[in-house]
Design a protein around this ligand. Structure first.
Ligand SMILES: *[C@@H]1O[C@H](CO)[C@@H](O)[C@H](O)[C@H]1NC(C)=O
Ligand SMILES: *[C@@H]1O[C@H](CO)[C@@H](O)[C@H](O)[C@H]1NC(C)=O
Length: 202
């Protein structure tokens, strides 16, 4: 009996000490892979206008280039192809074949979790369902910043989670009233052929 009590006490001790490590801290998700391609579904409300866009995105952090090609648009959105070339500081925006050249400043976005974000204290979860094979392992982070307003972002980790893949980004600004949801799908790390060709008319 005494022996059993010792075993039970030992098991309780192990359980108590194992508990915190089971709820591992959220990974940093500070950046995406250096190269990726995928689709971005955006639904937004800004300047009293609704827009929906489905775009193909090509991204290369080392070449410092990002290209977004709309493949479907609804509401006020116009079919747009944008090439942001941070290596020369030039942007090319082609709206229905009409090209406008502009400047891009700063460094190419890394699409990672924003610096000031807080990781959701509930830790890992499954987007969709926690039933086997029906969900995607994700971590969520939220915060407020001067550009995006209130936001939450959802990522799935690669390896130790320093590098992650974005899944959702939701933004809400009260003044002016703006909101947007971005969903990322089919991201792969192999770019298609000629990923940063000039938009039409440029
Ligand atoms: C871009 O920058 C160049 C050089 O600083 C400037 O001459 C030009 O007016 C800028 N273009 C736009 C669209 O702001
Ligand atoms: C997304 O990936 C799935 C699975 O590989 C594939 O069947 C589908 O065609 C892809 N969709 C697009 C638009 O590439």
């Amino acid at each position: 009996m005494k022996y059993l009590a010792v075993v039970v006490a030992a098991l309780l001790f192990v359980a108590a000490n194992a508990a915190p490590s089971r709820k591992a801290a959220a990974p940093a998700c500070a950046t995406t892979p250096a190269q990726w391609t995928g689709y971005i579904y955006e639904i937004s409300f800004a300047d009293a206008k609704l827009a929906l866009r489905v775009s193909e995105a090509n991204y290369d952090r080392d070449a410092k280039k990002l290209k977004l090609t709309d493949i479907d648009v609804k509401e006020s959105a116009k079919k747009t192809i944008t090439l942001l070339d941070y290596s020369t500081g030039t942007s090319y925006t082609s709206v229905e074949g009409q090209c406008t050249k502009g400047n891009v400043t700063g460094i190419i976005p890394n699409f990672g979790v924003p610096g000031g974000a807080t990781a959701d204290r509930n830790g890992a979860k499954y987007l969709g369902s926690s039933l086997p094979n029906l969900g995607v392992l994700v971590y969520e982070y939220y915060g407020t910043d001067s550009v995006d307003g209130d936001y939450y972002v959802t990522y799935t980790p690669i390896g130790d989670g320093e590098v992650c893949v974005p899944i959702l980004r939701s933004l809400l600004t009260t003044s002016p009233l703006k909101e947007a949801i971005f969903e990322y799908t089919n991201i792969t790390t192999t770019l298609p052929a000629d990923p940063f060709s000039m938009p039409p008319g440029c």
